[in-house]
Design a protein around this ligand. Structure first.
Ligand code: HEM
Length: 82
C-alpha cells in the first residue's frame, strides 16, 4: 500500500472515531444535565465507551502526526521563513 493510501485509511479511521467521541460527549452532557439515558445508554455505559474511544483516538492521532510529520515540517519552514 502506498503512503497516500495509508494516510487516507488513517484519516478516515480517525474521522469515524472522532464522530464516535463527539456522540459520546453529547451523550455525557445530556445525561449529566437532564438525568435521563441518552439513546438508551446510561452515563456509566457512555463512560465505558469513552474510556475505549479516547485512548484509541489518541493512538491514531500519534500515528497520524507521525505519517504527516514531513508535511508539517515543510509548512513550519514556510511559516517561519523571513
Ligand atoms: C478528527 C481528527 C482528524 C482528522 C479527520 C484529520 C484529517 C487529516 C487529513 C485528511 C489530512 C491530510 C493528509 C492525510 O490524509 O493524512 C491531515 C493532515 C494533517 N493532520 Fe490531521 N486530522 C485529524 C486530527 C489531527 C490532529 C489532532 C493533529 C495534531 C495533533 C493533526 C495533525 C495533522 C498534520 C500535522 C497534518 C499535515 C498537514 C497539515 O499540517 O495541515 N490532525 N489530517
Amino acid at each position: 500500500m502506498n503512503i497516500v493510501k495509508i494516510r487516507a485509511v488513517l484519516s478516515t479511521t480517525l474521522l469515524v472515531v472522532f464522530i464516535g467521541v463527539l456522540f459520546v460527549t453529547v451523550g455525557v452532557l445530556y445525561t449529566t444535565k437532564i438525568g435521563h439515558p441518552f439513546l438508551g445508554m446510561t452515563r456509566s455505559q457512555l463512560f465505558k465507551v469513552r474510556n475505549i474511544l479516547g485512548p484509541v483516538m489518541n493512538a491514531l492521532i500519534i500515528v497520524h502526526l507521525g505519517v504527516n510529520w514531513g508535511m508539517y515540517r515543510r509548512e513550519l519552514k514556510v511559516l517561519l521563513r523571513k
